[in-house]
Design a protein around this ligand. Structure first.
Ligand SMILES: Cc1cc2nc3c(=O)[nH]c(=O)nc-3n(C[C@H](O)[C@H](O)[C@H](O)COP(=O)(O)OP(=O)(O)OC[C@H]3O[C@@H](n4cnc5c(N)ncnc54)[C@H](O)[C@@H]3O)c2cc1C
Length: 809
C-alpha cells in the first residue's frame, strides 16, 4: 500500500469507483481508492441497475444523460462486461394530472435534447402487452432508459482507473481521519496510514460514519427497499419471440412501482408508503454484502395494484425477493462537493440512483477538485444546499416523506409538511394569527400569502392558478396603492468587518463598493466569468459591510467567501441573529416616519440609503429599498425586537390602509419590475453579460472573472436573458413555473427560468434565456406551458414604472 497519495477515495461502490475513474480521466493519477470489503460491498451489489435520464432538475437530468451515455465507453475500454440493456422506458400515467406532468417533463427534456414521446394508452399497451389498458390514460416513452449490471459497471470504472495508474486497496478499512495543520490528511486504515492532500467520502451506507470521523453530521439516511423477480413467464417469452427484443421498462406512478424484464421473467420494485429507515442512527461496520429480511406484507398494497395493472403477474411464482438498504439526502438528490468549513475534504454520497447519476457525480466532483469548479450547474446536488439545521431527526422525517412520495407529483406551488416547522422567527405566531399560509426554505418558515379571515390557510396544489390567486392579487394592490408589510428574514445575511474588508470585497465584486451609508447591487464571479452569487451590499462604515443574498445559498456562498478570505477580515453569517420586516408601497414613508425621529425625506434618506436609526424604541439598520420596486424600507433588527417592531408598524400603518403580503405577491411584484432572482435568472451557468447585469458591472476595478467578462463583452454574449409577456390559454389559464422550453421558428431555442402572473399589471410574465441574435424587442416566441405553445412577446423594459420613479420618490 502506498504511504502517500494525492487523493484517497473512501468507498468502492459505484460512486467511489466513478470518482476514481474521473479523477484519472482528468489527469490526476496519483489517486487511490480504499474499500473495507470488496468493490460493490455496500448498496451497489444488490441494486436493480435501472437507469433513466428524467429528473425534476434539468441540470441533474443532463448529468444523468451523461452517465447513461458513458457505459459503452467504459465497457469497451476496461474489457469488463456491463450487461447494457437499452429497451427504453414507459412512464405510465393514470390520470390527467400525471399526463400534464409528463407533458411538462417532455417539454423540459426538449432543450436538453432528450428524445421523449407522448403516446396513448393503446400504444403503451402495444409496446408493453402485460399492462391492462383501462388503468392508464397515456404514457411518455423515453428511448434512453435501460439497465446495467451494477457490479460490471463498478468494475469497469475501476478497471479504467487502474489502467491510468490509480490503485485500489480492498479489505482495507478506514478507521480514522486526521487533518494536519497544513490541511492535508492522515488516512488511518487497518493496513497502515496514507498521507493525502484530499479525501473523498464516497462511503455510501457508511458515509455518515465516515463524516463523523471528522465531527461532521451529514444529512443522509438509508431506507430499506424491496424488489422481486418472478419465475419465467410465457407472456415474456412470446413477446421476445415475436418482437425480437426485450420488453421496455415501466414506471407506474399509481402503483408507486417500477417494472422491467429480468431474464425470462419480470422484476418489480416499489417505493412503499409504509417505508422503513434502516439503521437510522448508526450503520454497523459488520454489515457486509448482506440482504435484509423481505417483508411482502409491507409492499402488499403496491402488489395488489401491480396484479390489477399487470394481471399476468398474479399467476406467476416469485423466484427471488431482494430487500436492501440504500441512502438518501432529505430531498432525494446526491450530496456532492467540498464540505463547507473543512479544507480538502469532499463528499460524493447519498446517491440514491447510482446507475443514473454515478457518472455525473464523478465527473463534476473530479472537475471541482481539479479545476476548482464543477463545470456544470450542480446546485441541486451541492452538499452546501443544507445547513447545520438538517439534523438527524430532520433528515429522518424528510427522507421518509421523500421516499414514500418518490412517484408522486410535487406541484410547483406545493410545500411538503415533513420536518416543519423547524426554524421560525419571533413574528411567526403574529403572522399565523393573520392566517398566513407558510412555506419553508433552508429550514426557515416564511409567509407565502395570507388567507382571508375565517377561511382555512391552505393552498390547493395545481399546475394552474390556485386558490391563492385572488388573495395574492389583493396583496399586490395593497402594496402598489397603499402600503404592505412583510417579513424579509428569509435572506442570507452576512457581515464583513475589519481593516482590509473593503479592499477584499472590492476584489470579489463586479460593482464598485457603495459609499458608507449606501447600498448597491453586485455580482461575484468565478475566474471563468460565471456568476457565483448576486448580493445587495450595504456599507455601514468604511470597513463594515452587511451583505444580503439568497437564503437557500447561505452555506454555498459562505463556503465561497471563506475560501477566499483575506487576513484581517472577519466574516460572519448572521443567520437569525438579524431578522427583518419590510414596508413597501407609496405609504411606506408615512408609516415609518410616524414612528421614527430620523428624517426620511428623500433629501435626507435617499433611495439605497442604509442607516442605523431607532424605530420607536428599537435599534435598527434600515435600508431604503424593496424588491417590489416601490418606495420601501427593509428594517433589520435583533430577533428580540422583531415582535415589538411588527406591532409598532402594524398599528402605525392602520391610518394608511396597511396590509400584509407574502412571498407569492413579492414574486409577482418583482416580475412587473423585471427583477431577476438567484437560482433562477442568476445561476453559475450564466455570465453577467448573458444575465444583463450591466448595472452591477463596473470595469473600473480589478475583480475575479474580469478578463473573462471583458472578452465576452467584446464578442457579445451568445445568449441573453429575455423578459416575455405571455398570452395564456383563455379557457384554462396557466402561468410558467420555470424550465419550460421557448420556441421560435418551429424549434426550441431556449428555456424559461422563472415567471409569474403580474397581478397589478394583469399580465403573465416570464424570464428566459434565448440566443442573443433572436433577443430583439417585440420579437414573438412561444413558451410551452403544460403541452400548449403559448405566444410570448419579448419586452425591452419593465411593464410597470420602467423609469423607476416609484422607488425614488
Ligand atoms: C434493492 C435496491 C435496488 C436498487 N436499484 C437501483 C436501480 O435500479 N438503479 C439505481 O440507479 N440505483 C438503484 N439502487 C441504489 C444504488 O444501489 C445506489 O445508488 C448505489 O449503490 C450507491 O452507491 P455508493 O457507491 O454511493 O454506495 P455503496 O454501494 O454503499 O458503496 C460504499 C462503499 O464504501 C465502502 N466503505 C464505507 N466506509 C468505508 C470505510 N470507512 N473504509 C473503507 N471502505 C468504506 C463500503 O464498504 C461500500 O462498498 C438500488 C438500491 C437497492 C437497495
Amino acid at each position: 500500500m502506498k504511504s502517500s497519495a494525492h487523493v484517497v477515495v473512501i468507498g468502492g461502490g459505484v460512486v467511489g469507483a466513478s470518482v476514481l475513474y474521473h479523477l484519472t480521466e482528468l489527469g490526476w493519477t496519483d489517486v487511490v481508492l480504499v474499500e473495507r470489503k470488496e468493490l460493490t460491498a455496500g448498496s451497489t451489489w444488490h441494486a436493480a441497475g435501472g437507469m433513466h435520464t428524467l429528473n425534476g432538475d434539468p441540470n441533474v437530468a443532463k448529468l444523468q444523460q451523461y452517465t447513461v451515455g458513458l457505459y459503452r465507453e467504459i465497457e469497451q475500454r476496461s474489457g469488463q462486461n456491463c450487461s447494457i440493456h437499452m429497451p427504453g422506458g414507459l412512464m405510465l400515467a393514470g390520470d390527467r394530472e400525471r399526463m400534464d406532468w409528463l407533458r411538462m417533463a417532455q417539454a423540459r427534456g426538449r432543450y436538453l435534447g432528450m428524445d421523449m414521446e407522448i403516446i396513448s394508452a393503446a400504444e403503451a399497451k402495444r409496446m408493453f402487452p402485460l399492462l391492462e389498458e383501462q388503468y392508464f390514460v397515456g404514457a411518455l416513452f423515453d428511448r434512453a432508459e435501460g439497465h446495467v449490471d451494477p457490479a460490471g459497471v463498478t468494475r469497469a470504472y475501476a478497471g479504467c482507473a487502474r489502467q491510468a495508474g490509480a490503485e485500489i486497496y480492498q479489505h482495507t478499512w478506514v478507521s480514522d481521519l486526521r487533518q494536519r495543520s497544513d490541511g492535508t490528511w492522515d488516512v488511518i486504515t487497518d493496513s497502515g496510514e496514507i498521507h493525502a492532500e484530499h479525501i473523498v467520502n464516497a462511503g455510501g451506507l457508511w458515509a455518515r460514519e465516515v463524516g463523523r470521523m471528522i465531527g461532521l453530521e451529514l444529512p443522509v439516511l438509508a431506507m430499506e427497499h424491496m424488489y422481486l423477480i418472478t419465475q419465467d413467464m410465457d407472456e415474456v417469452a412470446e413477446y421476445n419471440a415475436t418482437t425480437g427484443h426485450e420488453l421496455p421498462m415501466g414506471l407506474d406512478f399509481d402503483g408507486e412501482l417500477y417494472i422491467r424484464q429480468e431474464g425470462g421473467g419480470m422484476l418489480l420494485g416499489t417505493y412503499e408508503q409504509a417505508c422503513v429507515p434502516w439503521s437510522p442512527r448508526e450503520t454497523p461496520w459488520t454489515f457486509d454484502q448482506q440482504l435484509l429480511a423481505p417483508d411482502l406484507d409491507r409492499i402488499a398494497p403496491s402488489l395488489e395494484i401491480a396484479f390489477k395493472h399487470y394481471p399476468a403477474l398474479a399467476d406467476v411464482g416469485i423466484k427471488k425477493v431482494i430487500n436492501g438498504p440504500f441512502t438518501f439526502a432529505p430531498d432525494g438528490n446526491p450530496l456532492v462537493g467540498p464540505v463547507p468549513g473543512v479544507r480538502n475534504c469532499w463528499v460524493a454520497c447519498a446517491v440514491m440512483a447510482g446507475f443514473s447519476q454515478g457518472g455525473g457525480v464523478g465527473l463534476t466532483l473530479a472537475r471541482w477538485m481539479i479545476d476548482g469548479d464543477p463545470g456544470e450547474d450542480i446546485w441541486a446536488m451541492d452538499v452546501a444546499r443544507f445547513g447545520n439545521w438538517a439534523s438527524l431527526g430532520y433528515t429522518n422525517a424528510k427522507v421518509r416523506e421523500n421516499y414514500s412520495r418518490r412517484f408522486r407529483i410535487t406541484f410547483p406551488n406545493e410545500e411538503l409538511p415533513a420536518g416543519r416547522p423547524l426554524h421560525t422567527t419571533p413574528v411567526y405566531d403574529r403572522l399565523t394569527a393573520h392566517n398566513a399560509v407558510w412555506g419553508a426554505g433552508f429550514g426557515l418558515e416564511h409567509p407565502l400569502w395570507f388567507q382571508r379571515p375565517g377561511e382555512e390557510p391552505r393552498e390547493d396544489v395545481t399546475f394552474r392558478r390556485s386558490n391563492a390567486f385572488p388573495a395574492v392579487a389583493e396583496e399586490c394592490t395593497t402594496v402598489r396603492e397603499r402600503v404592505g408589510l412583510t417579513e424579509c428574514s428569509n435572506f442570507a445575511k452576512y457581515r464583513m468587518t475589519g481593516a482590509g474588508s473593503a479592499a477584499w470585497l472590492q476584489r470579489l465584486f463586479t460593482n464598485r463598493l457603495p459609499r458608507p451609508g449606501r447600498i448597491n447591487l453586485t455580482a461575484a464571479l468565478e475566474p471563468g466569468g460565471h456568476i457565483v452569487g448576486e448580493f445587495s451590499v450595504a456599507r455601514a462604515g468604511p470597513d463594515d459591510f452587511f451583505l444580503f443574498g439568497s437564503q437557500i445559498a447561505e452555506a454555498h456562498h459562505s463556503r465561497w467567501f471563506l475560501g477566499h478570505l483575506a487576513d484581517g477580515v472577519r466574516f460572519d453569517v448572521l443567520g437569525l441573529s438579524l431578522v427583518g420586516l419590510s414596508l413597501a408601497g407609496p405609504g411606506a414613508r408615512d408609516v415609518l416616519q410616524s414612528v421614527t425621529d430620523a428624517s426620511l425625506a428623500t433629501e435626507d434618506y435617499p433611495f439605497m440609503a442604509f442607516r442605523r436609526i431607532d424605530v420607536g424604541m428599537i435599534p435598527a439598520h434600515v435600508g431604503r429599498m424593496t424588491y417590489t420596486g416601490d418606495l420601501g424600507y427593509e428594517i433589520w433588527v435583533a430577533p428580540e425586537y422583531q415582535r415589538a417592531l411588527f406591532d409598532l408598524l402594524w398599528l402605525a400603518g392602520q391610518p394608511y390602509g396597511i396590509g400584509l403580503f407574502g412571498f407569492r405577491a413579492l414574486m409577482s411584484l418583482r416580475m412587473e419590475k423585471m427583477f431577476g432572482t438567484w437560482a433562477r435568472e442568476y445561476r453559475p451557468i450564466y455570465t453577467p453579460a448573458e444575465a444583463r447585469m450591466h448595472r452591477s458591472l463596473k470595469l473600473d476595478h480589478d475583480f475575479i472573472g474580469r478578463a473573462a467578462v471583458e472578452a465576452e463583452l467584446a464578442r457579445g454574449p451568445a445568449r441573453t436573458l429575455g423578459y416575455f409577456d405571455i398570452t395564456p390559454d383563455a379557457a384554462e389559464p396557466a402561468d410558467v413555473v420555470g424550465d419550460e422550453p421557448i420556441w421560435h421558428g418551429g424549434a426550441v431555442v431556449g428555456w424559461v427560468t422563472s415567471g409569474a402572473y403580474a397581478h397589478y399589471s394583469r399580465r403573465s410574465l416570464a424570464f428566459g434565456y434565448v440566443p442573443s441574435e433572436l433577443a430583439v424587442p417585440g420579437a414573438m416566441f412561444e413558451v410551452e406551458i403544460i403541452g400548449q405553445r403559448r405566444p410570448a412577446r419579448l419586452l425591452s423594459e419593465p411593464v410597470l414604472d420602467p423609469a423607476g420613479h416609484r422607488m425614488r420618490v
